[in-house]
Design a protein around this ligand. Structure first.
Ligand code: ADP
Length: 501
């Protein structure tokens, strides 16, 4: 039995929500119009933990109408007032740390040590960061000659559609909610069907913080129903999506047809390069962190580990040593570092890819972690494989599971070629003590982020700009504001207009 099965959701969520009214529309909790629900499953035990309303096109329609009203009120709310509400939300998020962390853990299988720790800090931080800029948004004035003034204003879009994934449920939702609100928009969030609970508590928190009704709306449901209805809706001119590249392409195709603005944060196959002059211990620590954190379910995970040939054995030995200290088990047990994979579907996918990779010649290295799975859960122990050729499925596909694939290289050029030999361009991590190598790597590697002698070192002010099949636009930082405002130019003439005719 998992700890989640002993938890009472009524201790963490409003009573209406635990009764299955999980649509937050115009400031009230509602059921889906046709009354349908689906089960939310605890990944640590495979047991149902909640009934979730299965929102569809009609529910999206109701949410869009509520959001249009909310958008009007919010756009007329001054920046100082917006900042105060976002700041209050950050404070309430910190006060609700345990509940938010618990909900993300029972939904996604992430360890409570992470969810109630750095994930809540990051989520609250998002609201504080964008509270700090919402009252500082400015336009510009252009000198256009005598009697003429040009004004360039930044205006909100009105209603934004946000679709979030299951791997960092509350943090990824906050990465959208906070800047979208800071820019003066209303939004409709469609959280991933596997992990809707923390978004519902965030809705309650934003309400408590004084956000006007209708400004933030949540429609739970499946991607093909609620998600695509949101993407298609003619009164939602801006979409923000984080998830798989396949779904991102589908959304981009619709947005292209309808000429909507989109921000996409998609998949990756990010390289991790260890040169022969690297600090091997630090590099091994980085590799074990990036590959195994969150059970490998991180879009910026640098799991394609390229190591200078003469260091491969020593590097793998160090990784084995470090993996031995990772504790995997019930995600709600605070001593554990990792829990299960989010769903049976994802676990099956990872296992299938691993089996194909091994059949294609990858050699599995022995790894012993402190592995204590719960019966019925989607658990998988960390895996390290090596001796892969570049066509091995583990070398080409995004794995999204706890699998480190180690490749040997002989020359720097070979390492860079392998790093760039992918459809993706999200992140890279490079380990070297040579300034020249670091500089060349930074220039040659075609990814949005390059970490030198570190990995996953980010701040709220650091943009994450995906390239190639990894995304469009950039979340985080001041750059995210450009995603959620559009320009308006006004030219005013104070008399003296002379036309062509
Ligand atoms: P995964 O395949 O790992 O579940 P997805 O990229 O499909 O990842 O899911 C990320 C988010 O996108 C989820 O909220 C999901 O419901 C949503 N989604 C999936 N398909 C669509 C779609 N066709 N249109 C809009 N949203 C979708």
């Amino acid at each position: 039995m998992s700890i989640a099965q002993k938890i009472k959701l009524t201790d963490y969520l409003p009573a209406e929500v635990t009764a299955g009214k999980t649509l937050w529309i115009g400031g009230t909790w509602e059921s889906a119009q046709d009354g349908e629900t689906f089960a939310s499953i605890d990944p640590a035990s495979g047991v149902e933990i909640a009934k979730i309303a299965q929102g569809k096109a009609k529910d999206i329609e109701r949410a869009v109408q509520a959001a249009k009203k909310g958008a009007k009120v919010w756009a007329e709310t001054g920046g100082m007032q917006r900042a105060a509400i976002l700041r209050k939300a950050a404070e309430l998020i910190r006060q609700t740390r345990e509940a938010l962390g618990t909900l993300d853990s029972i939904d996604s299988g992430k360890a409570i040590s992470e969810t109630a720790g750095r994930n809540v800090d990051g989520t609250a931080g998002m609201f504080d960061f964008y509270a700090g800029v919402t009252d500082k948004i400015r336009g510009s004035v252009i000198d256009m000659g005598p009697n003429t003034t040009g004004l360039v204003e930044k205006e909100p879009y009105g209603v934004v559609g946000a679709i979030s994934p299951w791997n960092y449920p509350m943090s990824n939702a906050a990465t959208k909610i906070a800047p979208i609100l800071a820019c003066g928009n209303a939004l409709i969030l469609k959280p991933a069907e596997q992990t809707p609970l923390s978004a519902l508590l965030l809705a309650h928190i934003l309400d408590q913080a004084g956000l006007p009704k209708g400004v933030f709306n949540v429609v739970t449901g499946f991607g093909a129903e609620a998600g695509s209805a949101l993407v298609e809706h003619p009164e939602v001119p801006k979409l923000s999506f984080t998830g798989s590249t396949a779904t991102g392409r589908r959304i981009a195709a619709v947005a292209g047809q309808k000429l909507k603005s989109i921000t996409l944060e998609l998949g990756g196959k990010s390289p991790f390069i260890v040169f022969d002059d690297a600090d091997l211990d630090a590099a091994a620590s980085g590799a074990v962190t990036t590959v195994f954190m969150n059970q490998g379910q991180t879009c910026t995970s640098c799991a394609k580990v390229l190591v200078a040939r003469q260091l491969v054995d020593a590097f793998i030995a160090k990784c084995q040593e470090k993996v031995a200290s990772i504790k995997i088990g019930d995600p709600l047990d605070p001593k554990n570092d990792l829990g299960p994979i989010v769903s049976q579907v994802q676990l099956d996918r990872v296992k299938k890819l691993l089996a194909e990779g091994i059949a294609a010649g990858a050699r599995q290295v022995e790894v012993k972690a402190d592995y204590q799975p719960v019966d019925g859960g989607n658990f998988i122990a960390p895996v390290i494989v090596t001796d892969l050729d570049p066509h091995n499925p583990l070398a080409t596909e995004e794995i999204f599971g706890p699998v480190m694939a180690v490749y040997a290289f002989d020359t720097d050029e070979e390492a860079y070629a392998a790093a760039n030999d992918t459809q993706y361009g999200l992140a890279a991590s490079v380990w070297t003590t040579s300034l020249a190598r670091a500089e060349v790597a930074r220039r040659v590697i075609n990814t949005g982020i390059v970490w030198i002698n570190c990995v996953h070192t980010l701040s709220l002010n650091t943009p994450v700009p995906g390239r190639k099949a990894s995304g469009l636009g950039s979340e985080y930082g001041l750059e995210a504001l450009d995603n959620y405002m559009r320009l308006k130019t006004t030219v005013t003439m104070f008399g003296g207009y002379k036309g062509l005719f």
